[in-house]
Write a protein that binds this ligand. Sequence first.
Ligand SMILES: Cc1cc2nc3c(=O)[nH]c(=O)nc-3n(C[C@H](O)[C@H](O)[C@H](O)COP(=O)(O)O)c2cc1C
Length: 443
Amino acid sequence: MSQKLLLKNIGVEGIKTFEVFKKYGGYSAVDKALKMSSDEILEEVKASGLKGRGGAGFPTGMKWSFLAKPEGVPRYLVVNADESEPGTFKDRYLMEYIPHILIEGIIISSYCLGANTSYIYIRGEYSWIPDILEHAIQEAKANGYLGKNIKNSGYDLEIYIQRGAGAYVCGEETALLESLEGRRGNPRLKPPFPAVKGLYQCPTVVNNVETISNIGAIINLTGAEYAKLGTGKSLGTKLISACGNINKPGVYEIDFNLSVEEFIYSEEYCGGIPNGKKLKACIPGGASVPILPAKLLLKTANGDTRYMNYESLADGGFISGTAMGSGGFIVLDEDQCVVRHTMTLARFFNHESCGQCTPCREGTGWMYRILKKIEEGRGTTEDIDLLWDIQTKIEGNTICPLGDAASWPVAAAIRHFRDEFEWHINNPECLIKNYGISNYEYV
Ligand SMILES: Cc1cc2nc3c(=O)[nH]c(=O)nc-3n(C[C@H](O)[C@H](O)[C@H](O)COP(=O)(O)O)c2cc1C
């Protein structure tokens, strides 16, 4: 059983409340941090090796150290709770069931960054969660952990919640800032980076909910102790939201030493695949990361065991590997049609493209239409090559990585399942869907 940092008190009755959260050690990290200097906290976060949990995996301590500190200019911490990547629902779990862990992390992080105002930008569809967070904020305030002169430290902090309006692109940090400022969520050109010119043109750190929720544990344990959990450059723990063809969908906290096979099949985690079906493929890090067929998912191209950590999932690059991403783990059994699945994702990315960049605006729609044509049995072999060509023209050619996110699933599906695409072309109906026939080597 892996060690739990974030979910260890899930299930304790009343853990949503300040009183119970505090009884179980909550806010002790704030008490400790307020006696430390900003630099000392930063050193602990750096020593912890924490990587951002929003998808890109950028080292949090390094990001914080880039924050500009011009005289007389406010700084902001913005918490990214947009969580709109299909398959990803771990931030929701934290905010819904243990909201004070986020508030505690925000207080310590804002104190370290010298921010007196912090925003939580939350996806519009999480309509019931702002009330939970607002209640937690008011409780923290009533107990002297927010507002003026927190615990007589001389430090002031206010946290505000901003609801999004249901746009995936607003999870991209600069689109998020545009939206927070009241404009349409179009990503900004970088540089300048938010650390220099972010919210209201002021230095800003944008971090994911899970990232910030780790800060209390880092301060309590110390960065060095936190870094003893995990392996290589995957340190601490990670929340995985698991869904698709598994017996036990849900949110799990893993410690990075777990094999993908154990995660899928053990009773402690996904509990295997329903009805004795075979594993066909998996997208381990949210809709945008490359899909891997079962063989490459459980073992790398070199035959090594594949583990649930940043390095092992990425082993083989995008040729024979994938990415940890946001930790949205989507499992496909033998009955699932990869063409249909890829078409569904393409439709999502096309719908969510903000339309600023031509390759993304036009290319995502073009990919969707070709995939639909193939799925409906009207495709040709040339369509597969055209699809491949289009995705190469999107990746790397857009202001924000939504274009990359749209092209990677298509590239990986063609790379690993080209014969299934051809099959669709040669058969007017999807054989897998209709007859359960497949020539894949299942694991
Ligand atoms: C299209 C798109 C959507 C994104 N959605 C989210 C999101 O919902 N939540 C999130 O934390 N990061 C999201 N990101 C990544 C953010 O831009 C940013 O890297 C992240 O919030 C930084 O936090 P971290 O360093 O703690 O991971 C998204 C990026 C892109 C390109």
